[in-house]
Design a binder for this molecule. Structure first.
Ligand SMILES: O=C(CO)[C@H](O)[C@H](O)COP(=O)(O)O
Length: 261
């Protein structure tokens, strides 16, 4: 049975809503297409047969796993993973591995929340920064995949939610205070959306989101934050990524290489 809406918009407004709805979904489709382009290109250019491949988490990495599954005839990758990626890998019929069997990975591929001109990353929008950093840090080559919305010249240009920092729960208040006092900005405990209370990570910790103000040297700030008692890991990936693949709005893929040291 059809039911009529509880109210009706003036025709001019209803037209705007329609146009807005259309453009929002067109933008979302374009971003999805860009993620896929970046992921496929990164897999095609960085993964070889029989390699141990690390994958992270998020919506972009799904396309990389799709591509790895498509290439199964030609490639036989062994995937190391985060708990979140386990199901994804099994569903695609790919071989599971871990850092006990493959402590050194050939290549790691992962998404990012923001990538700057130096290939410094903010990661952890999904809360998996610690395990993602372990995977990336134990890989001979770390490759980032992202859509054009993550491409920045300096951090904070696109990503407005701040730097995620994983902390031991009992320390979240002192760590927040120390960060705000030493580095400025605002530090917030990340709250869960579908349950009451804070987000709890896979390592049973909390996440702080640090909305920074003016940072000149990410390497120094990252090291200083890591030294604060109670900090487990930061979502700052400094000097880790070798290449970033950005899917662009025009259907091309932009590749950015890390600056030579
Ligand atoms: O760091 C991450 C999760 O902790 C993700 O890699 C990052 O949030 C990007 O996610 P998406 O590919 O969905 O944009």
């Amino acid at each position: 049975a059809s039911s009529s809406p509880p109210f009706s918009l003036p025709s001019s407004l209803s037209c705007c809503t329609h146009v807005l709805g259309f453009s929002q979904s067109a933008a979302a489709n374009m971003a999805e297409e860009a993620k896929k382009l970046a992921a496929y290109s990164a897999v095609d250019n960085n993964v070889q047969n029989n390699q141990a491949v690390g994958v992270g988490s998020g919506s972009t990495i799904v396309y990389a796993v799709d591509r790895l599954a498509q290439l199964l005839g030609e490639l036989k990758p062994m995937l190391s993973l985060l708990p979140q990626a386990r199901q994804l890998i099994l569903q695609h019929g790919l071989a599971l591995s871990d850092l006990e069997r493959h402590p050194e990975l050939d290549v790691a591929i992962d998404g990012a929340d923001e990538v700057d001109a130096q290939l410094t990353l903010i990661k952890g929008g999904g809360g998996c920064l610690t395990q993602e950093k372990i995977i990336a840090g134990n890989s001979k080559c770390f490759v980032v995949i992202a859509d054009y919305r993550k491409d920045s010249s300096v951090l904070g240009e696109q990503w407005k939610k701040g730097v995620p920092i994983e902390v031991i729960p009992m320390a979240y208040v002192p760590v927040s205070r120390v960060i705000a006092k030493r580095f400025g900005g605002e530090v917030n405990l990340r709250m869960a959306v579908s349950k009451a209370g804070p987000v709890v990570t896979d390592n049973s910790n909390f996440i702080l989101d640090w909305k920074f103000e003016d940072v000149q040297n990410w390497s120094e700030v990252n090291t200083a934050i890591k030294m604060i008692p109670g900090v487990v890991e930061t979502g700052l990936f400094v000097n880790m990524a070798e290449r970033a693949y950005f899917g662009m709005e025009d259907g091309s893929v932009k590749v950015r290489k890390a600056p030579a040291n």
